[in-house]
Design a protein. Structure first.
Lengths: 551, 120
């Protein structure tokens, strides 16, 4: 007999049972995790900020987590859990599509204890159908096309082979071939010279499955080792009031449910006493499971007794629980505190010198999580905290901090470093808090932001042909100039930004620009814009050669 | 009423109908959305509207210089509705900015119905 749970390379895999399916799902999750950055990079806009890979991975991680936690030996049950997990965990457009694909697959495998290749390919067909169903105008050249073509290939191949390795190999090949054609089907992809990110993600999932079948042991890690740092799940690990979830049935007769409820209420919360006078189910969160059982046993025989330590469960998910520390002596409280999001130690120093209390590392393509931001807020001894996100993609995470902390949070929606600095400069500690906020907000508006960075791939924007590695100049997020030389781009960009009323140009030089090169650029700017003062500071920020503010 | 811009040579007016159409089209590209619903809630019926009718499921209001867009949608059963709605908001905001150069101050998504597809 072939041992299904341990497929070695020489042996055929003729059926997929529950343990193998689980293994495949975990492998796919890990494989996607390893290649997440590559999928993210397949963005159709040539600035580093994609997130399809991350969204797909977060969705798959939640789904796989659900699968890891069930003890089932029917493959249909595993697939159901997988589909449910992906539904709950869906992130972004690509995540919602994935959840539909998995739901379709689970429906196609309904009531199956295990799957043979024909059944598997049938389920894939259902997955493709389901995926197409939930959109008004399906766009070809996306993950939808890749799934459909892969399902067709699987169907054909299932007629010829009884070996899953063969089946998945052919399916994956077709998926990859279709993926290569996506730029021909969708113009935005062709313009950006990339393949579809969602489709690539789907190929990685198939590849993960195949790797599990071939016995790739590098994909057998436990999931929690790769748990994502995820803003929306930043539940603080708190000390629980009641630690044990206690559940059992009482089998007796003439059980008085009301009386049990009243009595047990003193021992905990989340209590549920339901059922009939013959069979009663009790559920309670308590610190004294013994006493609860002791009391219940007088009403009859106890069965299906289950006691779980919920603190352990939380530790598994969120890391260790902080010990309830004794109240430390709290020094004088500040009227308010400021948390600023920055990348680069030079920029950090600037914010600190202007009075920021805590810095959280982050910026383009490395957004901090809500938890990181909340941790920063908690460190400050003040009940009022102003957050400067300094990037449009961080504003949402910053808003979320309100949900997880008891402090009063004010998010000043600064979308760039210069905006954040302009806001900081306007703080006058003599004023009251409301006026300070108002002043800071004004600071955001009075400044123009320019950024000089590099394109992450070939692309066409606004009639400009941009090659990978080209230097591009952005003003308020829009690409205005591209060239191969940092100095030239900077000058061209400034020409488009500076108008007669401007008097100050401040340049923050990134980690890739040396001091000499910086001085050179500064001189060029001074020469060109003789009406303005030019200042240069070492920002040491990654990705951006220069960040410029004009006011 | 229309949305206006001005530059040194003249004015640009964009009618609400245009904004509504573009918002509707953008929303329809979102996965999980299977139709727009008539915004006449008093009908008691969330009728599925075809593409030619798409601006009927969209209400555009301006309060001062602020633009508020309400979308009345029907979502496929079995998708994560909050996530689909979030995606719609992101997509419409992005499209408004990208195509029309309009900053929308609020986008509200009203899920008026779920459609249960054939394979459920």
């Amino acid at each position: 007999m072939v041992r299904q749970t341990d497929p070695s390379p020489e042996k055929k895999v003729e059926k997929i049972d529950a343990p193998l399916m689980k293994k495949m799902i975990v492998a796919a999750t890990l494989w996607l995790n390893e290649n997440q950055a590559e999928v993210d990079a397949l963005n159709v806009f040539p600035v580093p900020d994609g997130d399809t890979g991350t969204n797909m991975y977060l969705t798959l991680f939640d789904a796989a987590k659900e699968v890891e936690n069930i003890e089932e030996n029917e493959v249909s049950k595993v697939l159901d859990a997988f589909a449910n997990g992906s539904l709950m965990g869906a992130r972004g457009n690509s995540g919602v599509i994935l959840s539909q694909i998995f739901r379709g697959f689970a429906n196609g495998a309904r009531n199956k204890k295990h799957l043979n290749p024909k059944e598997f390919s049938y389920a894939m067909g259902e997955a493709a159908k389901k995926a197409y169903q939930a959109v008004m105008k399906p766009v070809e050249g996306t993950i939808l096309t890749v799934v459909r073509e892969a399902a067709n290939a699987a169907k054909k191949e299932a007629e010829k082979t009884d070996d899953f390795r063969q089946l998945l190999e052919v399916t994956l090949l077709q998926a990859e071939e279709t993926l290569e054609k996506t730029p021909e089907m969708l113009k935005v992809l062709k313009d950006a010279n990339v393949v579809d990110a969602g489709g690539r993600g789907f190929c990685l999932i198939l590849e993960g499955y195949l790797r599990a079948l071939r016995g790739d042991s590098t994909l057998e890690k436990e999931l929690k080792k790769v748990a994502p740092a995820d803003p929306s799940r930043s539940v603080k690990a708190e000390k629980l009031e009641y630690a044990y979830c206690t559940e059992f049935l009482i089998k007796g007769h003439k059980i008085n449910l009301e009386k049990i409820r009243k009595y047990l209420n003193q021992y905990g919360d989340s209590m549920l006493v339901v059922g009939s006078t013959e069979v009663t189910k009790v559920h309670i969160h308590t610190n004294n499971p013994g006493k609860v059982l002791d009391y219940a046993v007088q009403y009859g025989r106890l069965s299906k007794v289950k006691i779980n330590n919920m603190e352990e469960q939380i530790e598994d998910r969120y890391g260790s629980i902080p010990e309830t520390s004794s109240e430390e002596e709290i020094p004088m409280e500040k009227a308010f505190g400021v948390v600023a999001v920055v990348a680069g130690d030079g920029l950090g120093d600037i914010f600190t010198s202007l009075g920021a209390d805590e810095l959280v590392t982050g910026g383009q393509s490395m957004n901090p999580s809500t938890q990181d931001l909340a941790a920063g807020c908690e460190k400050i001894r003040s009940e009022k905290i102003i957050i400067l996100p300094n990037n449009k993609n961080v504003i949402f995470a910053a808003e979320q901090v309100k949900e997880v902390t008891e402090k009063e949070i004010f998010v000043l929606p600064s979308t760039s470093i210069p905006e954040g600095i302009a806001a900081m400069m306007r703080i006058n500690p003599e004023e009251d808090f409301a006026s300070i906020l108002k002043e800071m907000e004004k600071g955001l508006e009075e400044i123009k932001t320019g950024e000089v960075t590099f394109a992450v791939r070939d692309s066409t924007v606004g009639g400009m042909n941009i090659k990978e590695g080209d230097v591009i100049g952005l003003s308020n997020g829009e690409i205005l100039v591209s060239n191969t030389d940092v100095g030239k781009v900077t000058l061209e960009l400034l020409k488009k930004m500076v108008d007669e009323e401007d008097f100050l140009i401040t340049v923050y030089r990134g980690e890739k620009i040396s001091e000499e090169k910086g001085e050179e650029i500064k001189e060029m700017i001074t020469e060109e814009f003789s009406d303005c003062d030019v200042e240069m500071y070492p920002g040491n920020q990654p990705l951006y050669y220069l960040i410029i503010s004009v006011e | 009423m229309t949305q206006e811009f001005q530059n040194e040579l003249g004015k640009v007016h964009i009618s609400k109908e245009v904004i509504a159409n573009i918002a509707g089209l953008a929303a329809m590209e979102c996965y999980g959305l299977v139709g727009m619903a008539s915004k006449k809630i008093q009908d008691g019926l969330a009728e599925l509207l075809g593409r030619e009718n798409l601006s009927r499921g969209v209400a555009v209001n301006s309060e001062g210089d602020k633009l508020v867009i309400d979308l009345y949608v029907i979502v496929e059963y079995g998708t994560n509705i909050t996530e689909v709605a979030n995606n719609i908001i992101d997509k419409v905001a992005f499209t408004m900015k990208n195509i029309l150069g309009l900053q929308v101050s609020k986008i509200n998504v009203y899920v008026q119905g779920v459609r249960i597809g054939e394979t459920n």
